[in-house]
Write a protein of this length. Sequence first.
Length: 159
Amino acid sequence: MTRAFFAVTPDDIPWVPLRAGLSMRPLHFEEDGYSLQLKLEPGTIITRHRHTGVTHALNLIGYRQIDASGEIIGPEDFIFEPDGNEDSWRCHGDAPCIEQISLTGRVEYLDEDGNVVSHSDSSTAKTAYLDHCRSIGCAPDPRIMGTGGVVGGTSSTSA
């Protein structure tokens, strides 16, 4: 069976606050992956984390600085992160940073000893989106819900 394509206008989907300075706008969910836009306010840090799947990121607006190397990634730069990659990064400069990200697996957030303290994945991101829609009184966009069904409950998404 062939599924039809669909188009989503990101501005039609609300930003979901995750913590101070960090929000996401989901674009599509599947069982083991999802696509989203991630928005960081200036100075916001994505703490040390490990990817258990592949991540593709396109920097749309602003600048991303990789903590370990100091490398600055600018608008229209593409980032590939393989399974097992560990890093931390921040929004660099005076403007917000918006990343277009597609990923599979989990993002595991690590403490100083390398222990997993929290994670995010398709399920936790979907839960955060559904919780946010309920809190602001809007219906979730059915086009982005994927084939994994609707997940309820409370989010454990962190970054």
